[in-house]
Design a protein around this ligand. Structure first.
Ligand SMILES: Nc1ncnc2c1ncn2[C@@H]1O[C@H](COP(=O)(O)OP(=O)(O)OP(=O)(O)O)[C@@H](O)[C@H]1O
Ligand SMILES: [Mg+2]
Length: 361
């Protein structure tokens, strides 16, 4: 698709071609003025492309009536874009009412959506300016979802809220998406947000030039050119760590022994691993670390003082948090699941091995 605005002698968006998989989330990102909003608005034809094709499910929708197209596309406008003189309920009901839904059905749908996006029902009669920024954003999302469109466009949906609310709204969107499987295109300025939410990221340059279209991992692992490399930053290796979980590692059992073994055996195991600390297990459960030097001071392993250091992660922890522990703790980092079962130890080696593999899951 291409867009040249009237009176301008350059393209706001030049021959941009994107293939977006149904049910996936694509993040449009790039410097200010690069054509993100223009691209988004060409998808629902709030801006008519100067030339090009727009296909949804293999259908060329440029020829279709625009109302027909928009029925299938929800649009979350920058900063919520709510109607200030309408109540929350009326805002959410905008599209169903235009579609002429019967009153009872509209009311039911509004209640359902409020619950879906986590708005309390007492807020439905308020006006947008009587709500927090985060609540307004949720209403914007509820309004866009009202007629259950398969496609959702979002223009900096979480731009106007503080980092904590922002992160919560992002999590909510991800869990919503697990239930709804929409095809979502969203614009953001925030690389972290694009990496967290996007199945793929389209990085645009001024003039709507597509510099790279790739999964978050791919974008960080192999930037296509200098522009991309600079955009993702020189800590891109660390950023990749934040995208991966400990459960994806091939970790080994590490220096651990069962609490029931003779202390001489424990000392041998420590020797074999060449470590200062030995993990002690009681059955499946992790019972703590003992200092190898202390092994001399007891008859039984159970009598040796144990510490339960903070150096543990769960399978759902990110590799970034595991890395932080590796750098700051004296012992190895143990993987312990929510039921207290020991899974193995994480070390630099296992993380390095993991990073050298591609991950497009
Ligand atoms: N209606 C318009 N008429 C003329 N030029 C426009 C119009 N809308 C946008 N532009 C120009 O097109 C280019 C792309 O604008 P667009 O709003 O798509 O950028 P953006 O990537 O969304 O930027 P931002 O991150 O600041 O929101 C800019 O140079 C802008 O000035
Ligand atoms: Mg914009």
């Amino acid at each position: 698709m291409r867009k040249q605005f009237e009176g301008s002698d350059t393209d706001a968006v030049s021959s941009l071609s994107l293939d977006i998989a149904a049910g996936s989330i694509v993040a449009l990102i790039g410097p200010s003025g690069c054509g993100k909003t223009t691209t988004l608005r060409m998808i629902n034809r709030l801006i008519e492309p100067t030339s090009g094709r727009l296909e949804i499910n293999g259908r060329d929708v440029i020829q279709e009536p625009v109302t027909e197209l928009r029925r299938g596309i929800g649009y979350v406008i920058q900063q919520g874009g709510l109607f200030p003189h309408r109540t929350v309920a009326q805002n959410i009901a905008t599209v169903p009412r235009t579609l002429g839904w019967e009153k009872g059905r509209v009311i039911d749908r509004v209640a359902e959506l409020a619950e879906l996006v986590g708005l309390e029902s007492e807020m439905l009669d308020r006006y947008p300016d009587e709500l927090s920024g985060g609540q307004q954003q949720r209403i914007g999302v509820a309004r866009a979802l009202a007629a259950d469109p398969p496609v959702l466009l979002m223009d900096e949906p979480f731009g106007a809220v503080d980092p904590i609310v922002r992160s919560r709204l992002q999590d909510e969107l991800l869990s919503l998406q697990q239930q709804l499987h929409k095809t979502i295109v969203f614009v953001t300025h925030d690389l972290e947000e694009a990496l967290k939410l996007g199945d793929r990221i389209a990085l645009l340059n001024i003039g709507g030039v597509l510099e790279q279209y790739a999964t978050p991992d791919e974008l960080l692992r192999s930037p296509a050119n200098d522009f991309v490399e600079e955009f993702v930053g020189d800590d891109r290796g660390m950023k990749r760590l934040a995208l991966r979980m400990v459960s994806q590692l091939a970790y080994d059992r590490g220096p651990v022994v069962d609490i029931g073994i003779p202390i001489t055996e424990a000392a041998k195991a420590a020797d074999a691993h060449g470590t200062d600390w030995l993990g002690v297990l009681r059955g499946d459960a992790f019972a703590g670390w003992v200092r190898v030097d202390d092994l001399r001071n007891g008859d039984a392993l159970a009598d040796v003082p144990r510490v339960r250091p903070a150096a543990q992660v769960t399978p759902a922890s990110t590799l970034l948090s595991a890395m932080e522990l590796i750098m700051t703790s004296r012992t190895s980092v143990a993987v312990i699941d929510d039921d207290g079962r020991f899974g193995g130890v994480v070390n630099l080696d296992s993380i390095r091995k993991n990073l050298s593999s591609e991950d497009d899951s």
